[in-house]
Ligand binder design. Structure first.
Ligand SMILES: *[C@@H]1O[C@H](CO)[C@@H](O)[C@H](O)[C@H]1NC(C)=O
Ligand SMILES: *[C@@H]1O[C@H](CO)[C@@H](O)[C@H](O)[C@H]1NC(C)=O
Ligand SMILES: *[C@@H]1O[C@H](CO)[C@@H](O)[C@H](O)[C@H]1NC(C)=O
Ligand SMILES: *[C@@H]1O[C@H](CO)[C@@H](O)[C@H](O)[C@H]1NC(C)=O
Ligand SMILES: *[C@@H]1O[C@H](CO)[C@@H](O)[C@H](O)[C@H]1NC(C)=O
Ligand SMILES: *[C@@H]1O[C@H](CO)[C@@H](O)[C@H](O)[C@H]1NC(C)=O
Ligand SMILES: *[C@@H]1O[C@H](CO)[C@@H](O)[C@H](O)[C@H]1NC(C)=O
Ligand SMILES: *[C@@H]1O[C@H](CO)[C@@H](O)[C@H](O)[C@H]1NC(C)=O
Ligand SMILES: *[C@@H]1O[C@H](CO)[C@@H](O)[C@H](O)[C@H]1NC(C)=O
Ligand SMILES: *[C@@H]1O[C@H](CO)[C@@H](O)[C@H](O)[C@H]1NC(C)=O
Ligand SMILES: *[C@@H]1O[C@H](CO)[C@@H](O)[C@H](O)[C@H]1NC(C)=O
Length: 648
């Protein structure tokens, strides 16, 4: 009776509402009141890892809690029949429950909901350590020192007790703590507590936490496991969108073995130019295959054509690209624009990504393709040596192909990216492959081109031989600008400075290059001027003395000599008027074979320069187009290889 009276007095001092609710069967002496015993650890870390075993009269199971800051925690629960990982995120108010098969169930936490329990009966370890159900320090949690006690046959412990009440659940808890007694020389006021055991009584339910390991302030990251996608999860960080408009990246893809094939590593070089709407992919599987397969692909998004080139045989196949209005680097790189079936990514946190010193942001997303699901898990650099990076760079992607039907296991491929270059040189990267493709396809397929030559006046005797590369670049840009065409139409520049060995006074610079015509497609969307019109225009400009190529630093400043433009080779569409238009300074032939032989003789005779003859080697295969069984190469070229899923 006296005790109850005392309790009442205590209650008046504390919050009255609590007292009426306390279960006096659990805490006959009432709540433990402020302050906590001085021997109780003063600063309780809000970041810890606790690994324990819960034992009751009837069962035993394992519980591990990772507690990170005030807003998140993870519970790992394991008993003889199930194995669960439960992620609580009070920032987004979500719980993710992940089972043995790594299936994830997401549920919402009401904003006023307090999550105290692991299962219906057992409260989370963090609650017993003085946190509330939303992982904040709990207001009404205090402890009393009881005395020393030896438990488990010999562990000397300090025993504490706490009776506290959890408002939201109308739950009274009486917990007894056993902290191991630190040897005197290790006594620090702020040293981490070392829990051995916690006995819990609530609503006449008794259980014991046997603490196997307690670590305070560990380095923990809150990430759901790799490869786990939680439908409807709130995305906490946008998937990187701000890719540069030009990009060169190298990737190696590990392809696991299947019943029919061995495992292999394929490597890709991808170059993307968003403004040019152009992509080049070089592909290699690290071994020689016969017959040779295409190993370079050019995709011209402005004409919807893809050129597949086999460098060994100099063969080119052109196809309609099966791509739907993809425009930005982002869409090209990830193909998310396709079929309006863009992937919703969810951010899963910062993790290791198998690169030294690098930590990565991770996103996961899925695309549903009727019979299968394609899952992408992207890793982008986040930190280098723990320093935050301002710009994200793709590091790797895991691509899982998950079959909806049948028992086939998911196929997982890993692509690692290297040599990310956000400022590649577009001209160098496209180089002359498109020109080579045109030559291989040839006028018989209406892939027409011209080879032109002009003379630059170098009476000022600039040391051109020291600046050949720069001159080539400047010429390329100047011609593309003046003619208002994409620079991919110009290639194979040959600069000849020692053209006429019989005349030592001749300092002129001879420039030979290839000009490609528009590809023969019906669409006019990005059609530029035809070669015929361009040659006409260039001839006019040169003859008017208006074609210059200048280096900004003054290394050269050259003017094209009027009337110097020569058309060495020119193929036209049959419909085009091929009257000799160029005042006898150029040759326009439509009758291909005959012309080339004539021209070659003339050239070789006039200019013995080896560079110019080299230009002609491409013509050995003129008109030779071999229909290739390209198979699915066009499909597997992307990060997302597609499998023959009919077979399963
Ligand atoms: C809270 O629990 C106590 C003891 O279990 C009970 O007597 C009381 O009625 C409960 N109060 C509410 C509001 O549920
Ligand atoms: C907690 O329970 C123990 C018995 O398990 C009891 O001795 C103790 O008095 C209780 N604490 C309070 C504050 O009532
Ligand atoms: C997911 O969790 C919710 C709430 O916890 C539950 O109602 C639902 O049945 C669960 N779904 C699956 C597939 O486990
Ligand atoms: C948790 O604590 C933080 C600061 O300590 C506070 O801003 C927040 O409102 C608290 N959350 C709840 C649910 O009490
Ligand atoms: C691969 O072989 C195993 C065993 O022979 C078979 O069960 C499985 O269906 C095969 N998978 C495929 C994709 O053919
Ligand atoms: C490319 O193909 C897509 C879809 O087939 C079409 O919408 C687009 O207009 C085409 N672009 C060109 C330049 O033909
Ligand atoms: C590309 O598609 C167009 C019409 O859509 C068709 O006329 C043309 O033959 C196709 N070209 C190739 C190389 O398949
Ligand atoms: C793509 O999807 C969005 C939203 O689902 C829709 O608003 C849009 O009209 C779709 N676009 C096309 C081309 O189907
Ligand atoms: C070709 O051009 C010439 C000169 O411009 C003109 O006389 C002739 O009629 C044209 N031929 C055709 C088929 O357009
Ligand atoms: C044709 O070229 C010659 C020199 O090669 C030049 O004198 C003449 O003016 C040119 N005619 C036209 C119409 O451009
Ligand atoms: C091309 O030239 C050859 C040889 O002079 C001739 O037999 C053939 O008819 C010409 N073809 C065309 C399309 O003019």
């Amino acid at each position: 009776m006296f005790r109850k009276l005392l309790l009442l007095i205590v209650c008046i001092c504390l919050k009255i509402s609590w007292c009426q609710l306390i279960d006096l069967n659990i805490c006959p002496n009432g709540l433990t009141n402020s302050p906590s015993d001085p021997q109780w650890p003063k600063i309780f870390p809000n970041r810890f890892e606790i690994f324990s075993e819960i034992t009751t009269d009837v069962e035993t199971f394992e519980v591990m809690q990772l507690f990170i800051g005030p807003h998140r925690d993870i519970i790992y629960f394991r008993n003889y029949e199930k194995n669960l990982q439960i992620y609580y995120d009070f920032e987004t108010n979500e719980i993710f429950t992940i089972n043995d098969e790594l299936k994830c169930n997401r549920s919402k936490i009401q904003s006023n909901e307090y999550l105290l329990f692991i299962t219906n009966q057992y409260i989370k370890p963090s609650i017993l350590l003085g946190f509330d159900g939303r992982n904040n320090y709990s207001m009404g949690f205090y402890t009393r020192y009881i005395g020393k006690e030896i438990i488990r046959d010999g562990i000397l412990t300090k025993k504490f007790e706490s009776c506290f009440y959890i408002n939201q659940e109308n739950l009274t808890i009486n917990a007894t703590y056993y902290l191991s007694e630190s040897p005197p020389n290790e006594m620090h006021i702020n040293s981490a507590p070392d829990f051995v055991q916690i006995d819990v009584r609530s609503s006449n339910y008794l259980y014991t936490y046997n603490i196997i390991r307690y670590v305070s302030n560990p380095s923990l990251t809150f990430t759901t496991p790799s490869g786990v996608y939680c439908p409807n999860r709130i995305n906490r960080k946008e998937f990187p969108q701000n890719l540069p408009s030009r990009l060169l990246v190298q990737a190696e893809i590990y392809i696991p073995k299947t019943n029919d094939t061995t495992s292999k590593i394929e490597s890709y070089n991808r170059f993307i130019d968003e403004t040019l709407k152009f992509e080049r992919i070089d592909y290699s599987i690290g071994k020689i295959i016969t017959p040779p397969q295409p190993n370079q692909i050019l995709i011209d998004y402005s004409t919807n054509l893809s050129y597949m080139y086999t460098s060994e045989t100099q063969q080119c196949t052109v196809m309609n690209a099966s791509i739907h209005s993809i425009g930005t680097t982002n869409e090209i790189l990830f193909q998310f624009g396709a079929n309006n079936n863009s992937i919703q990514f969810q951010y899963t946190g910062i993790t290791n990504c198998e690169r030294e010193h690098v930590k990565c942001h991770r996103w996961i997303g899925q695309r549903d393709l009727n019979t299968l699901i394609q899952q992408y898990e992207w890793y982008w650099s986040a930190k280098y040596n723990e320093i935050d990076l301002s710009e994200f760079i793709p590091i790797k992607v895991n691509i899982a192909t998950i079959y909806k039907t049948g028992s086939s296991k998911p196929i997982i491929q890993e692509a690692n990216m290297f040599n990310y270059n956000p400022q590649p040189n577009s001209m160098e990267n496209i180089d002359s492959i498109l020109g080579e493709c045109y030559r291989a396809l040839g006028p018989s397929h209406n892939f027409n081109y011209a080879i032109l030559r002009m003379t630059l006046n170098n009476d000022a005797k600039y040391p051109i031989h020291q600046h050949l590369l720069s001159l080539e670049n400047h010429l390329h840009i100047q011609l593309a600008n003046d003619l208002k065409i994409r620079h991919i139409r110009l290639s194979s520049f040959v600069i000849d400075t020692t053209h006429d060995t019989t005349n030592q006074q001749d300092k002129d610079v001879y420039v030979t290059f290839t000009l490609l015509d528009n590809p023969p497609i019906s669409s006019n969307s990005l059609r530029e001027l035809s070669s015929l019109e361009l040659i006409r225009q260039l001839a006019r400009q040169i003859n008017d003395g208006n074609f210059y190529v200048r280096d900004n630093d003054g290394a050269f400043d050259l003017q094209a000599r009027p009337n110097s433009l020569r058309t060495l080779v020119f193929y036209l569409l049959p419909s085009e008027n091929h009257t000799n238009y160029f005042n006898e300074t150029a040759f326009i032939y439509h009758n291909v074979t005959q012309t080339i032989i004539k021209q070659r003789e003339k050239l070789v005779y006039q200019h013995t320069g080896s560079k110019i003859t080299a230009l002609w080697t491409g013509f050995a295969l003129l008109g030779m187009v071999v229909a290739l069984a390209v198979g699915s190469f066009i499909l597997i070229r992307k990060w997302a290889p597609i499998f023959n899923h009919q077979r399963t």
